[in-house]
Design a protein. Structure first.
Length: 152
């Protein structure tokens, strides 16, 4: 059984190396748009990963360190940033400024929890030890008993 596990591990490692673990350089248009237009200098400070999406026009998903992401599309005349549900043409100065503001909001969103047990406490919450004040885990919704309804 141990030999079989080792063989499976080796095969998985080999497949990862062959199929999808290759890294390619970031296209210069995308890099320049991130650094110059969206003011994300140095990139490593903001961007965790960039993945090419298989779309027409060519697009790239930009993953930020806080778990958020946005898309950049290479159009004929400009790079288009899709942040949330809005699209911003980066050749237009006004839209570029709006995109930077929207990106700043995206960057300042809190980092999602990592799947660890959530205690329900938020930053700044403190337990004063004053005992249980209403509610809590015992106050779950219970199905209502079949009570007779008053007739009108």
């Amino acid at each position: 059984m141990k030999v079989l596990r080792e063989q499976i591990r080796k095969e998985i490692k080999k497949l990862h190396e062959e199929l999808g673990m290759r890294k390619y350089p970031l296209p210069t248009e995308i890099k320049m748009s991130l650094e110059r237009d969206l003011k994300m200098r140095p990139l490593i400070r903001y961007v965790a990963n960039v993945k090419a999406a298989n779309t027409i026009p060519p697009s790239y998903m930009v993953f930020l360190h806080n778990g958020q992401s946005f898309a950049l599309y290479i159009e004929e005349t400009s790079i288009v940033a899709k942040i949330g549900s809005k699209k911003y043409w980066l050749m237009n100065g006004d839209e570029t400024a709006e995109a930077v503001r929207e990106l700043n909001q995206l960057l300042t969103l809190p980092i999602p929890s990592s799947g660890e047990e959530d205690t329900g406490d938020q930053a700044g919450d403190t337990d004063t030890g004053g005992g249980d004040i209403g509610g809590g885990a015992d106050a779950e919704m219970e199905p209502e008993e079949d009570a007779p309804e008053p007739e009108a």
